[in-house]
Design a protein around this ligand. Structure first.
Ligand code: GLA
Length: 459
C-alpha cells in the first residue's frame, strides 16, 4: 500500500528532485563525436590483477579465456593491455613493445585478438613516462596514435603521470585529435583520476576517482565520488569509477555482487580486472548476469542516482529507456554491518500506484505491488530490481450470461488470486493465476445469480 511520508521528507525529496533536474539541464551536452562506446565499454584490463607483469602469452590466454568461459556471450569484447608493454622509442620515434614480453609485437597480438572476434586496447600516458616509468606519449601524440591505428588497436587508456598540471587539457586534446585523425575508430579512455568539465567533450570515458583497491571501503568511496557526476554521462561519454575488482579475493561474494551491481546502476564501463582463466562459478555468475548487465547497457545511457538514504541504507534508481519512462532499475544497498529491511517507495523512483517487481539476482518475478516494495538486504549486500509501472487491476463482467464470464485487466507476470463473495464479508478463493498478458478471461462456474462480488488479492 502507498506509504505516507512526513512532510519534511517530502519537501526534501522534491528539492533534491528539482536540483537533479536543474543539474541535468545545465550539464554540457557536448561530446566526442567518434560514434564509439554508445553503451559503456565492456572488456578486461591487465592492471588490477597482474600489474606490470604483462606479456603476449598472458594477453592471448586471457583472450582465449574470454571466449571459452562465456564472457563474450555476456557482452565483453575489449582485451586491454595496461602499463609496462613499452620498452623504448626507435630511431624514427616509433614506440617499441618490450621484445622479451611481446616477441611478435603488438600488431600480431591485435591480429590474434581480432581473429577471436575481440578488440584490443592499449595504454599510454600524456607525460614523458607512464606511471610505471615506461616511455610516455608526451610530444609523440601523432606518431603514437598513427602507430596504434596501424597495429589495429581499438581502445586507448591514457594516463596522467610525469606531466605538467597546467597542460592537462591541452595534452588530452592533442591525443584525442591524433586518434580522430588516425583513420581508425579508437575508444578514448581518459585516466586523470578526477573529473574535469572538458572531459565529456574530449574522451569516451574518464576516470572520476583515484585507483580502486580490492576492498569494500575503496569500492564504495569510488562509488560515492562517481555518483555526483551523473549529469555528464550518456551514450558515447561515461563516468569511470575505475575497473572492476570482482574476483580478486579482497571482498566477499556478497560485496562483489554489490560492487558489480552498483557499477551497472551507474552505467560504468565494465572492465574486468580478474584472472579470466580461473574464475570460480560464483564470480562468473556475478560477471555474466545478463539481467544486471542489461541495466548497465541500457541504450538510453542514463546514470543511476541515489534517490533515498537513511544512514547506511540506500535506494538507487536508474531509469531504463528514458528519463520519464515507466521502467526503472532499482538497487537496495545496505552499507551497514547487519541485515536490514530497505523500502523503496514508488514516489522515490517516479512511479505511482501499481508496479511489477523482478529480482535480477534471483531471476524471479516477485509480483505486483502497490506503492512500495520492501526487502531484507544482507550486510554489504544489494537487492537489484526491475520495477515496471502497471495498470491498476480491474475486473469486468462480460455480457455472456451464465456461467459468469469475467475479464481481468492490469495484472501480468505476477501471481494474483481472484476471490468471490455473496456478502462482501466471506471471501472464497475462485482461482489463482499468473497471467502472461495484461487482459485475460476467467469463468465462475458456480455463479448462478448475479449478486456475487469479486476481488483480487496478492498471495
Ligand atoms: C595509474 C592508473 C592505473 C594504472 C597504473 C599503471 O595508477 O590510474 O589504473 O593504469 O597507473 O601504472
Amino acid at each position: 500500500m502507498m506509504t505516507k511520508r512526513p512532510l519534511g521528507r517530502l519537501i526534501r525529496t522534491i528539492c533534491l528532485g528539482l536540483l537533479q533536474v536543474i543539474a541535468w539541464h545545465t550539464a554540457p551536452v557536448l561530446a566526442l563525436t567518434n560514434g564509439l562506446a554508445l553503451t559503456p565499454p565492456m572488456g578486461w584490463n591487465s592492471w588490477n590483477k597482474f600489474g606490470i607483469n604483462v606479456s603476449e602469452v598472458l594477453i592471448k590466454e586471457m583472450a582465449d579465456a574470454m571466449v571459452t568461459n562465456g564472457f563474450v556471450e555476456a557482452g565483453y569484447q575489449y582485451i586491454n593491455i595496461d602499463d609496462a608493454w613499452q620498452s623504448s622509442r626507435g630511431a624514427n620515434g616509433v614506440i617499441v613493445a618490450d621484445p622479451t614480453r611481446f616477441p611478435n609485437g603488438i600488431k600480431a597480438l591485435a591480429d590474434y585478438v581480432h581473429a577471436e572476434g575481440l578488440k584490443l586496447g592499449i595504454y599510454s600516458d600524456r607525460g614523458t613516462q607512464t606511471c610505471g616509468g615506461h616511455p610516455g606519449s608526451g610530444g609523440h601524440e601523432v606518431v603514437d596514435a598513427d602507430t596504434y591505428a596501424q597495429w589495429g588497436v581499438d581502445y586507448l587508456k591514457y594516463d596522467n603521470c610525469n606531466a605538467s598540471p597546467s597542460s592537462q587539457q591541452a595534452d588530452y586534446q592533442k591525443m584525442g585529435n591524433a586518434l580522430l585523425n588516425s583513420g581508425r575508430p579508437i575508444v578514448y579512455s581518459i585516466c586523470a583520476w578526477q573529473f574535469q568539465s572538458w572531459m565529456p567533450n574530449c574522451g569516451n570515458l574518464w576516470r572520476t576517482t583515484m585507483d580502486i583497491r580490492d576492498n569494500w571501503q575503496s569500492m564504495v568511496g569510488n562509488m560515492d565520488s562517481n555518483a555526483t557526476l551523473s549529469a555528464y554521462a550518456g551514450p558515447g561519454r561515461w563516468n569511470d569509477p575505475d575497473m572492476l575488482e570482482v574476483g580478486n579475493g579482497g571482498m566477499t561474494t556478497t560485496e562483489y555482487r554489490s560492487h558489480f551491481t552498483m557499477w551497472c546502476m551507474m552505467g560504468a564501463p565494465l572492465i574486468l580486472g580478474n584472472d579470466l582463466r580461473s574464475t570460480s562459478q560464483a564470480i562468473k555468475d556475478i560477471l555474466t548476469n545478463g539481467e544486471v548487465i542489461g541495466i548497465d547497457q541500457d541504450a538510453a545511457g542514463i546514470q543511476g542516482t541515489r534517490v533515498k538514504k537513511s544512514g547506511n541504507l540506500e535506494v538507487w534508481c536508474k531509469p531504463l529507456g528514458s528519463t520519464n519512462g515507466t521502467t526503472k532499475a532499482v538497487a537496495l544497498l545496505n552499507r551497514g554491518t547487519v541485515p536490514a529491511n530497505i523500502v523503496v517507495n514508488w514516489s522515490n523512483i517516479g512511479l505511482s500506484d501499481y508496479g511489477t517487481v523482478r529480482d535480477l539476482w534471483a531471476h524471479q518475478e516477485l509480483g505486483f505491488f502497490n506503492g512500495s516494495f520492501t526487502a531484507v538486504v544482507p550486510s554489504h549486500g544489494v537487492v537489484a530490481l526491475r520495477i515496471a509501472a502497471a495498470n491498476p487491476p480491474r475486473l469486468a463482467v462480460l455480457p455472456n450470461g451464465l456461467p459468469l464470464h469475467l475479464r481481468a485487466y492490469g495484472v501480468s507476470n505476477a501471481t494474483i488470486v481472484v476471490q468471490t463473495s455473496t456478502n462482501r464479508a466471506d471471501w472464497l478463493p475462485l482461482l489463482t493465476n499468473t497471467p502472461a498478458s495484461d487482459a485475460w478471461d476467467l469463468l465462475d462456474p458456480n455463479a448462478t445469480e448475479p449478486q456475487k462480488f469479486y476481488r483480487f488479492v496478492m498471495p
